[in-house]
Unconditional design. Structure first.
Length: 128
């Protein structure tokens, strides 16, 4: 039976990718909020304004999730760095488990965020 070895550098590389993705999402959310501002100025219909408020709330939720994910990644990097200081390039099972949990959190958020974007784009195409 072959055992796969996971190194600190491999996990750190994945962290860098995640951080870039989170930055991209944050930038996108800023753009979406600008679109909301345009629509608020354009529409007075109560139903449309309720939907705008819904998206505004969803964007705030996702911004908070981005901050939370970033904090999880940063904390995990600290653990990896401490492991590296001990000249242990191979992570123990607990750190690998934490990394997989972090990956799962990010994948869940990615799915939810992409669904929100699709829904928001449908909304924009209707009301822009």
């Amino acid at each position: 039976m072959k055992t796969e070895v996971i190194s600190n550098s491999e996990l750190y590389f994945e962290h860098k990718l995640w951080k870039r993705e989170l930055l991209f999402w944050k930038d996108e959310l800023n753009s979406f909020k600008n679109r909301l501002d345009e629509l608020v100025n354009r529409w007075t219909n109560k139903d449309v304004l309720i939907q705008l408020e819904h998206y505004q709330n969803q964007f705030i939720i996702h911004e908070n999730k981005i901050i939370e994910l970033r904090q999880i990644i940063d904390a995990h990097e600290i653990n990896i760095a401490e492991n590296s200081k001990k000249d242990k390039d191979i992570l123990n099972m607990e750190l690998v488990k934490k990394h997989i949990e972090c990956r799962n959190h990010l994948e869940t958020e990615r799915h939810m965020y992409n669904e929100l974007k699709k829904d928001f784009f449908r909304f924009l195409s209707k009301y822009m």
